[in-house]
Design a protein around this ligand. Structure first.
Ligand SMILES: Cc1cc2nc3c(=O)[nH]c(=O)nc-3n(C[C@H](O)[C@H](O)[C@H](O)COP(=O)(O)OP(=O)(O)OC[C@H]3O[C@@H](n4cnc5c(N)ncnc54)[C@H](O)[C@@H]3O)c2cc1C
Length: 441
């Protein structure tokens, strides 16, 4: 161990943003403690990216492995920082870290205020995604899928949910519901290839004809859509499920009979141009899309119970033009930055983009952290190590079962062995208990 003096920084959250933040900090010689709610690191790279994207997840895991093997980085998993968690935000603030970097993602649920949104058979995409990617406790709860699934939203997460419904659940019909039209779709065509085999072209053409006049009224040309469709090569179906779109429809109410979901009431919209934006305006006309399962894939918000200042789905950062401000957590009472407290990744901008974007956001954030640290004295390395040990002791005293990186590696080896024995590509224990048992044995 070198005896160079160091800054001691806690990064909270070991998803892509937290991990790449840790890497950037360690590259500058900082001593980093990475505190993570989940037993395993990776966040949505582990528990969000679609279940059979093995190559992508494998590549990211290898990058994370390198970061977590750096002697300047200590991983402490299975530790929740929040009100009622293993430590609170206030506890951490009093522990003498030179900076705190929150990278806890967007763990809150965005409710649209639609009647029936909390009925059984109605899911929010993140919960379902966590379930099929086996993140406890979502992996331990059943998420029964019906035969007719309505998915609200037309982003990449909708595509993942449609993929799950078509190829991993026993669904017949999947309807993707969009407030606006086909020109405003938010998913990437490359992602859509995964569900192209289920995509019902005839129903798509019918839908374009149904809304033709409203598209034309907004200056859009539906024939461009039909030509693009005709130019796309057909894919042979791999599953029974058919995927269709319902455009220009805003959800109004989940319709249930005897406590069971039977449909989603939607209001028809027309499109209005406002500058270069196209907005949806309700027409007052409603109809019912038949469905026995409804999934809201409309993005997430940050966790309002984490203990960071919160408003309208976001953590409060310092207002103003200074580029560093957007990464600095606000002290609302003082009207200025909480010294040394930063936020990066999806915790800063909920549901904003892919892993590469979270990495870039983390790296940009760490540049501002470095600017802040430059004005603070370093401490001897031995003192930093004693502070890390003291944090471990505090967590143990509070009854936390902390999982360090050596333990994660034992868990990964046990899961690999299970996958090999079961002749499957990947195996994941479904509960924290099973993971902790595998680590101990
Ligand atoms: C369904 C879905 C599919 C996706 N597919 C892709 C894809 O194919 N390719 C791609 O590039 N990107 C994909 N993304 C986007 C990508 O996952 C995100 O860009 C990225 O994971 C965001 O990183 P983050 O670290 O900010 O947040 P997260 O990945 O959410 O990480 C947050 C971390 O914080 C921890 N945490 C949360 N709360 C606390 C707390 N209170 N205390 C301590 N720790 C806490 C969590 O355990 C987690 O490890 C997908 C996203 C979703 C939702």
């Amino acid at each position: 161990m070198t005896e160079n003096p160091v800054h001691l920084v806690a990064v909270i959250g070991a998803g892509p943003a937290g991990l790449f933040a840790a890497r950037a900090l360690a590259a500058q010689g900082a001593r980093v403690v990475l505190l993570n709610r989940d037993v395993k690191p990776g966040g949505l790279a582990e528990y969000g990216i679609f279940l059979n994207k093995y190559k992508m997840k494998g590549g990211l895991r290898r990058q994370f492995q390198k970061i977590l093997s750096d002697p300047l980085v200590t991983y402490l998993g299975h530790v929740r920082i929040s009100n009622g968690g293993d430590l609170t935000v206030r506890d951490l603030a009093g522990m003498g870290f030179d900076a705190l970097v929150y990278a806890i993602g967007a763990q809150g649920t965005k409710y649209l205020g639609v009647d029936g949104e909390r009925l059984p058979g109605v899911y929010h995409a993140k919960d379902l995604v966590y379930h099929y990617n086996r993140l406890p406790p979502f992996s331990e709860r059943p998420f029964p899928m019906g035969r007719r699934v309505a998915i609200v939203g037309v982003g990449n997460v909708m595509v993942d949910i449609a993929n799950y419904c078509a190829h991993f659940a026993d669904c017949d019909e999947i309807v993707a519901i969009a407030r606006r039209g086909p020109f405003e779709k938010a998913y990437d065509d490359r992602e859509f290839e995964d569900v192209e085999d289920a995509f019902d072209r005839a129903l798509y053409r019918e839908e374009i004809e149904r809304i033709r006049l409203r598209l034309e009224a907004a200056g859009q040309n539906p024939d461009e859509l039909l030509a693009a469709l005709a130019a796309k090569p057909e894919t042979s179906p791999r599953a029974r499920a058919r995927l269709r779109f319902r455009f220009l429809a805003s959800p109004k109410r989940v319709v249930a009979e005897g406590g069971r979901v039977v449909g989603l009431e939607v209001e028809e919209n027309r499109l209005e141009r406002k500058g270069d934006r196209v907005t949806a305006v309700g027409t007052g006309e409603t109809s019912i899309v038949r469905a026995d399962t409804v999934v809201f894939a409309v993005g997430d918000r940050v966790d309002e119970h984490a203990g960071l200042p919160y408003k309208d789905g976001l953590y409060l950062t310092v207002p103003g033009e200074d580029p560093a401000a957007a990464y600095q957590v606000l002290d609302p009472a003082a009207g200025k930055a909480q010294p040394g407290v930063f936020v990066v990744g999806w915790a800063r901008r909920a549901s904003d983009g892919v892993v590469g974007r979270a990495r870039l956001d983390a790296e940009t954030g760490i540049k501002h952290v470095a600017g802040y640290l430059a004005g603070r004295p370093k401490r001897p390395r031995g003192e930093a190590e004693r502070a890390v040990e003291s944090l471990r002791r505090t967590l143990a005293e509070r009854g936390a079962t902390v999982v360090d990186y050596a333990a994660v590696q034992r868990l990964e080896a046990a899961e690999k062995a299970r996958a090999a024995a079961n002749k499957v590509e990947e195996f994941k224990f479904a509960s924290d208990r099973e993971m902790l048992d595998a680590i101990r044995s």
